[in-house]
Design a protein around this ligand. Sequence first.
Ligand code: HMG
Ligand code: MG
Length: 317
Amino acid sequence: MRVPMEGLPERVTIYEVGPRDGLQNEKTIVPVADKAEFVVRLADAGLRTIETTSFVHPAWVPQLADAEDLLGALPRSPSARYPALVPNERGLDRALANGVTEIAVFASATESFARRNLNRTVEESLAMFAPVIERALADGLWVRAYVSMVCGDPWEGEVPIDRVVSVASRLAELGCSQISLGDTIGVGTPGQVTALIEAMVAAGIGAERLAVHFHDTYGQALANTLAALRAGVTTVDASAGGIGGCPYAESATGNLATEDLVWMLHGLGIETGVDLDRLVATSRWMAGRLGRPSPSRVVQALSPADDGGRTSTGAST
Ligand code: HMG
Ligand code: MG
């Protein structure tokens, strides 16, 4: 049943991160053909923006070492946007050589995670991103920037809002079109999210320029999403089936599941363009490929009782 609430947008853009954030932490390498099928099925389910892979050092994220092969295997369609992570100029060269038109750099609000994830201080990583952003914009690319650890950090604990705002402002000044606020370890709660977005807006980064990226470690991702929507955000990151995590943040589990997000948004009468049945079928198929059930509550609820989103291995189910 669709029952709208006051103060929410009519439409939300879902930025699907399953093929990148969802798969990057998988130890067993998923074949390129399966990754390509995953992306195509997500697009068929109505997702228009699908973060496909990362042009990072292959030794740092072995699962995504096949970035070139995956992009080569994907059909191009004018309606599909396939952004990819790019940390440095070497990554940008690789992305450009493979026809990428949308990239995402990824910064941290904390020194501990910057060091572990990028082998740099926060300042050094911003210096690494600056020429990437400049060149990408000059080449007509769309550039997103993530800020990680916006609600807490496993090594440093609480993260002051002004540190998040400071890093986000620097990235906005460098010309990034969109800033995605990453609760990498899923510790945030709705009041914190509201305060964070209000601080961004007060610093001149309007809600229309923000996205939210919640991992669901503490089960707060949907509540936090609702808080973000009420604060004016209309782009929400999610991962099909709720798979995912970050190899350099041990306590990070999967992202907000796209199905859980779609269930809530459609219940609120908010348009997404997503066909939930097709999406659930895709996540059940991927769960079969990964050999374990989807953590998404909606995938489990909409799967046959004897299955629980666990055993689907057929390409068409
Ligand atoms: P480094 O070791 O400092 O690299 O790593 P370097 O600049 O010193 O270069 C060393 C060698 O690596 C050189 O080769 C480079 O050419 C090569 P050599 O001259 O020795 O032969 N190299 C590369 N090769 C291929 N592609 C590249 C590349 N760059 C350098 N792009 C680096 C620095 C940034 C490369 C490394 O730290 C890295 O790859 N980190 C990626 C970590 C990562 O992908 N983490 C997961 C994504 S972030 C995330 O999940 C959070 C997010 O979801 C939001 C949230 O949840 O909060 C986005
Ligand atoms: Mg993430």
